[in-house]
Design a protein around this ligand. Structure first.
Ligand code: NAP
Length: 302
């Protein structure tokens, strides 16, 4: 599939002000700029706003033209009052009048999409956001939102689903929809929260051991088996497993949002920018996990 986004790679600042202190955050920011990564992703809720504050200060202290995305509504939903209050807070912490992309962080079944999209359209017409994004939305809800947006004279520009070698649900409906609609896909967790580095197979620790949500998300034995297989393959070909995992997402036509807790961890993910997977290696990596069944049945007849 073609990459529908103008970026090959983005960097996520979810660790800024959390597992990454100010110095580690700055080192990762600099490493991204050095590698040519200019799209930075944050959210109003990351580390109680510290992520936006640190990112805002780093952006202000340099001269490169950057693309800044943030998110609202993980808590409190996609209603006008909540989106407005949270986005005001984001702009204040970032020290920015406007951002390039604003997402609703997750689908809100309680609020009519008309209200959410009208709020986005209002921000856009006031020059507060350039583009509209939806994260953690099912494909049908993105299409419903797209219809509403078009009636209001705007459009959904980007989506942010989870996508990695062991979380491939997006292949069924979300990625084909985005390709059809020309919607940019910025996918999160290319390393499965760290699982695909191979460190758990080697007896190491990290987010999956520390955070019960991630532990539950990646608990399936098949996911751990795939990660161990990727580590073995990485050893065989002499390329870091993290590099292979990120390069695999890129080769599927998706712009990954990479992340780490320090610059040392980040290096193998950034290295994916210079890693072209041969068709044979691509096929071997893809075969480590199950390809999800298509959206429509009758596969027996193919
Ligand atoms: N829209 C959403 O709902 C949503 C959800 C999640 C993330 N995101 C965005 O996507 C970005 C990336 O997501 P993610 O952090 O889940 O990505 P990820 O690449 O799957 O996981 C990154 C984590 O893996 C571990 N890691 C990375 N490189 C490593 C290495 N070389 N060796 C060992 N461990 C390594 C680190 O965690 P430990 O060291 O702690 O193990 C690191 O924080 C976030 O920053 C955020 O911007 C969005």
């Amino acid at each position: 599939m073609e990459n529908t986004s103008p970026f090959r790679m983005a960097f996520g600042t979810m660790q800024f002000g959390g597992r990454a202190d100010v110095a580690a955050s700055a080192a990762m920011f600099d490493a991204c700029l050095g590698a040519g990564v200019t799209h930075f992703d944050t959210a109003c809720g990351y580390n109680d706003g510290a992520s936006e504050e640190i990112l805002g200060r780093l952006v202000a202290a340099q001269n490169t033209q950057l693309y800044i995305a943030t998110k609202v509504g993980y808590v409190g939903g996609g209603g006008r009052a909540n989106m407005t209050a949270q986005f005001d807070g984001s702009r204040r912490r970032l020290g920015m009048d406007a951002v390039d992309l604003l997402y609703l962080h997750r689908y809100d079944p309680e609020t009519p999409l008309e209200e959410t999209i009208e709020t986005f359209a209002d921000f856009q017409s006031r020059g507060l956001i350039a583009q509209i994004g939806l994260s953690n939305f099912p494909a049908w809800a993105v299409m419903k939102a797209q219809g509403v947006a078009q009636r209001m004279g705007t459009k959904i520009d980007a989506i942010q689903p989870m996508y990695n070698l062991v979380k491939r649900q997006a292949e069924v409906e979300i990625l084909p929809m985005a390709a059809d609609q020309g919607i940019a896909v910025y996918s999160y967790s290319p390393l499965g929260g760290g699982l695909l580095t191979g460190k758990y197979a080697a007896g190491g620790g990290g987010r999956l051991a520390e955070d019960p949500r991630y532990n539950a998300r990646y608990a399936a034995p098949a996911a751990h088996k795939a990660a161990a297989g990727l580590a073995q393959l990485a050893h065989e070909v002499g390329i870091d497993a993290a590099t292979l995992a990120v390069a695999w997402v890129m080769a599927r036509g998706v712009c990954p949002i990479i992340s780490a807790r320090d610059a040392g961890q980040l290096a193998p993910s950034l290295a994916a920018l210079n890693c072209t997977l041969s068709p044979d290696l691509m096929a071997r990596i893809t075969a480590l996990s199950t390809t999800p069944p298509p959206a429509t049945d009758r596969t027996e007849e193919a």
